[in-house]
Design a protein around this ligand. Structure first.
Ligand SMILES: NC(=O)c1ccc[n+]([C@@H]2O[C@H](COP(=O)([O-])OP(=O)(O)OC[C@H]3O[C@@H](n4cnc5c(N)ncnc54)[C@H](OP(=O)(O)O)[C@@H]3O)[C@@H](O)[C@H]2O)c1
Length: 165
């Protein structure tokens, strides 16, 4: 059994990753800002015989991911895989959005992801575990009105390619 940490586990892809891993028998560590939704998912997983921990965490707040990992380490639980999945998309043509929108896009999708990487690497080194960065097709192709999101996902792909090597 592996222990898998997922940022952005309160909905969408992150929640489905958690369900899929739980079905495989992995323990899951659920992180996002909406703790109520994480609690609901953890209840669903535990009712099906799985194991889930919940941590309210904002990836843009330094230390949140590290605090979750430290809390698990106190229970002698290591982390075998981390999904840096938390993200969102700013939509709109450049004339309609502002510099601040690009900044908040990068704050979560790029710097939040980097913070997740820095804060989970020590645990992953210990377990010789895996790091998964959730990118997007938008990290390969930039559509009109998606410059902020695409730029952030191009950055994620660049990070992933460099780190992998
Ligand atoms: N859906 C798609 O078609 C698609 C395609 C390619 C890539 N992606 C990528 O897949 C990832 C998940 O997207 P999704 O489609 O599943 O969207 P979603 O349902 O909106 O899920 C996004 C998740 O990220 C969390 N999140 C956002 N900001 C956060 C923050 N600052 N700190 C912690 N958690 C945060 C949200 O939880 P809280 O609001 O509770 O914090 C939520 O759990 C994103 O990186 C997205 O870019 C999605």
């Amino acid at each position: 059994m592996s222990t898998v940490l997922i940022t952005g586990a309160s909905s969408g892809i992150g929640a489905e990753l958690a369900r899929a891993h739980a079905r495989r028998g992995d323990a899951v560590v659920l992180l996002a800002r909406r703790a109520d939704r994480l609690q609901e998912l953890a209840k669903e997983i535990s009712e099906q015989g799985g194991k889930a921990w919940v941590f309210a965490a904002d990836v843009t707040r330094e230390g949140d991911v590290a605090a979750a990992i430290a809390s698990l380490a106190n229970e002698r639980v290591g982390i075998d895989r981390v999904y840096a999945n938390a993200g969102f998309g700013v939509a709109g043509a450049i004339q309609r959005i502002e510099l601040a929108d690009y900044r908040r896009q990068f704050e979560t999708n790029v710097f939040g992801l980097l913070s997740t990487i820095y804060e989970s690497l020590p645990a992953l080194r210990l377990s010789r575990g895996q790091l998964v960065l959730i990118g997007s097709v938008a990290g390969h192709v930039s559509a009109p009105g998606a410059s902020a999101y695409s730029a952030s996902k191009f950055a994620v792909r660049a990070l992933a390619e460099s780190l992998r090597r």
